[in-house]
Design a binder for this molecule. Structure first.
Ligand SMILES: [Zn+2]
Length: 117
């Protein structure tokens, strides 16, 4: 449900970018979505198809790059993906603490097509 407003924003950003560059259409939108961001790619895609209909963004490819959450070891400062059922650092066994990695949500890149002259 909460993907709707964020998808509206994505379409708006893509529309603006297309307009500012005198593009004919938007070809692709590359999104970065952290697995802890709370946003679900399938929902974004579904809303995207509805919201982009009739706009310059309609039909654009939505590419989503998922980011796996990482913990940071308190002792040796390395970042690691959390093992199942554990927070232990694979290197020293100390506790890992949550980081911002995995909470990302942003538009990384927008690909547009310029009118052929
Ligand atoms: Zn460690």
């Amino acid at each position: 449900m909460h993907e709707y407003p964020i998808t509206e924003q994505i379409v708006r950003i893509a529309e603006e970018s297309a307009r500012n560059n005198n593009a004919e259409k938007v070809v692709a939108i590359n999104l970065v979505v952290g697995e802890l961001s709370g946003f679900i790619g399938d929902s974004i895609q579904m809303y995207f198809d509805i919201i982009s209909k009739g706009t310059i963004v309609e039909g654009a490819q939505l590419n989503i790059r998922y980011i796996k959450p990482k913990l940071k070891c308190e002792k040796c400062d390395i970042y690691f993906t959390r093992p199942k059922f554990s927070f232990a650092c694979p290197q020293c066994g100390a506790n890992g603490v949550p980081t911002e990695i995995g909470k990302e949500f942003f538009v990384e890149d927008i690909e547009i097509a310029l009118p052929s002259t």
